[in-house]
Design a protein. Structure first.
Length: 330
């Protein structure tokens, strides 16, 4: 091996329709319940790994800034999962860039760790298959396992204490049931409470947490059927209900976590009004103030005109379903 070797990977964020919030095993990052997501196009994380025998620890740069020591250690610990299974032990220079806001409720950690895992799997010659790679990627970020795949993705929480059956797999690809997604940015500030910490607080303190877990099995099964049957209305109802239930758990935690702002609420009301008028539309929101509005491509222009009449939207992304993580040829 040369003193320096370089590989670049690209991955896209995903949006969970049937949400998960909480960990069955914090150390192994095993989710407490299954989830189903859609992978996006256009928004992307590009990560370059450069192996260098001359450095004595991993180095991490994100969006043209040197990472904090906490961030660097998180990346280094993740790369150890590959080095421990590889004959190659070199440390890496990791350079990551997102073309969308980071740590603001847009799943930048999902695309980030999916790109990092894809590059590491090749540069360290571990050659894990898709199931094994998703199990490892999950340990970096629970939602990152889903960003390895395109289209509609099912993340299994599993039952094994070691997480051997907690993995993601594609349900159908991005061409099977196309969607248009409008991402409305209402704040560019980094969220005050990370998802990782927020999940732990909710698990320990929300009186609704167990009810939330018990309700998710039916959501998953119904949503899975809706996807296969291309049933948009059922998808809409389940996705909005799952979103509201998850945020109810957040808001009833101690201390309560309010990820929404006044503009978030205004957009929710906007979508609910259109849904009541039988437009094919629904909203979903992750741990942050950004709202994702989802519709079918045939109605996207009509709904886009209405969205542009909204006030206080800092930025609007219009995206479609996208593909999974892959190596970039440069």
């Amino acid at each position: 091996m040369n003193n320096q070797k370089e590989i670049t990977a690209i991955a896209h964020p995903n949006i969970a329709l049937a949400k998960y919030w909480g960990k069955r095993n914090i150390l192994l990052n095993i989710p407490a319940m299954d989830s189903i997501s859609i992978t996006l196009d256009t928004l992307e994380t590009i990560t370059t790994l450069k192996l260098d025998k001359k450095i004595d620890k991993d180095e991490f740069t994100i969006n043209n800034r040197k990472s904090s020591e906490e961030e660097r250690l998180q990346v280094s610990k993740f790369l150890d999962l590959f080095r421990n299974k590889s004959k190659i032990k070199s440390f890496a220079k990791v350079i990551t860039e997102n073309n969308f806001p980071t740590s603001a409720g847009l799943a930048s950690s999902a695309s980030g760790f999916a790109a990092l895992a894809t590059a590491a799997n090749q540069i360290y010659n571990t050659n894990f298959n898709s199931k094994k790679l998703s199990i490892i990627t999950r340990q970096g970020s629970g939602s990152a396992a889903r960003s390895l795949f395109g289209g509609y993705v099912w993340m299994h929480s599993g039952k094994s204490e070691k997480g051997s059956d907690s993995f993601a797999e594609q349900i159908v690809d991005e061409s099977y049931f196309p969607l248009t997604i409008f991402i409305l940015i209402t704040s560019k500030q980094k969220k005050e409470v990370s998802s990782r910490i927020g999940m732990q607080v909710s698990t320990e303190t929300s009186p609704f947490y167990n009810a939330w877990i018990n309700s998710t099995k039916d959501d998953i099964e119904s949503l899975h059927s809706a996807i296969l049957n291309k049933d948009f209305e059922t998808m809409a109802e389940i996705s909005m209900e799952s979103c509201i239930k998850m945020h109810s758990v957040m808001m009833t935690s101690k201390p309560p976590m309010f990820y929404w702002n006044r503009n978030t609420y205004a957009i929710i009301e906007f979508v609910r009004n259109l849904h009541f008028l039988k437009y094919p539309i629904f909203f979903t929101i992750d741990a942050g103030p950004q709202v994702k509005i989802i519709t079918i491509p045939e109605e996207s222009e009509k709904i886009l005109k209405k969205i542009k009449d909204l006030n206080n939207i800092l930025k609007l992304y219009v995206v479609n379903l996208g593909s999974g993580a892959t190596i970039l040829e440069r």
